[in-house]
Design a protein around this ligand. Structure first.
Ligand code: SAH
Length: 209
């Protein structure tokens, strides 16, 4: 759609984020710069254009919507929280006005990822990091392994060993890995907004035969 990496990141930065993040669900929208890097690299590897993509724990939709902008032919947004999906839908309507993405098939599914029974060519996900619920990202990875041969997944850097071992268990190979700094916006009681950066990793996992 004639993007440069920069103009793509700018488009993503215009999307709405969580209004009232639900702490228990670890809702934080992926920073637009981080999302742009992950998706742009995925597109360069041929993993986006014309592909059937599932965004697991889609939240406000930045990853799946970015995939749509880069030419995915089908994107399914899955989230347990309908309020989040409503923002994702709103974001979708907004970008649809400005970009030619009408031909792509788009679905929004209000489900626990556990109960999803669809397959895709590529999964993109920034799951809960497991700060509140230790195994939150494990559930997402296990589901992703049953869905698609190629997975892009964002986790805390501390999860590196865990990602390596679970990928090997499910016979997925780590074909790309990058460390990025991820801003988590925290609203404190005194109405001051503080940005706290954490280190995350982005992994590309591919099924081995
Ligand atoms: N992928 C989005 C949102 C990340 S926040 C982004 O990159 O911006 C994590 C999301 O996972 C939240 O929207 C939360 O509602 C959702 N979530 C948490 N547990 C879930 C579950 N069991 N099934 C589906 N979605 C879940």
């Amino acid at each position: 759609m004639g993007f440069t990496k920069k103009s793509f990141a700018v488009e993503l930065s215009k999307l709405k984020v969580f209004l009232k993040p639900k702490e228990k669900l670890e809702q934080y929208s992926t920073d637009s710069e981080v999302a742009a890097v992950v998706l742009w690299d995925a597109a360069l590897r041929g993993d986006i254009e014309g592909k059937n993509v599932i965004d697991l724990g889609a939240g406000t939709g930045i990853l799946g919507l970015g995939a749509l902008l880069l030419g995915a032919k089908k994107v399914t947004f899955v989230d347990i929280d309908n309020d989040a999906l409503n923002i994702a839908k709103e974001n979708y309507e907004t970008i649809k006005k400005d970009f030619d993405i009408e031909n792509a098939e788009v679905n929004f599914l209000n489900l626990d990822v556990e109960n999803l029974e669809k397959k895709a060519e590529v999964v993109v996900q920034n799951p809960p990091f497991g700060i509140k619920d230790e195994h939150a990202d494990k559930k997402f990875l296990e589901k992703a392994f049953t869905i698609a041969p190629v997975i892009y997944s964002i986790h805390m850097l501390e999860s590196k060993k865990f990602i390596e071992s679970i990928s090997a268990d499910f016979r997925y190979e780590i074909t790309a890995f990058e460390e990025l700094s991820f801003p988590l916006k925290q609203t404190l009681k005194h109405h001051t907004k503080k940005i706290h950066r954490i280190m995350v990793g982005t992994w590309r996992l591919e099924k081995t035969n």
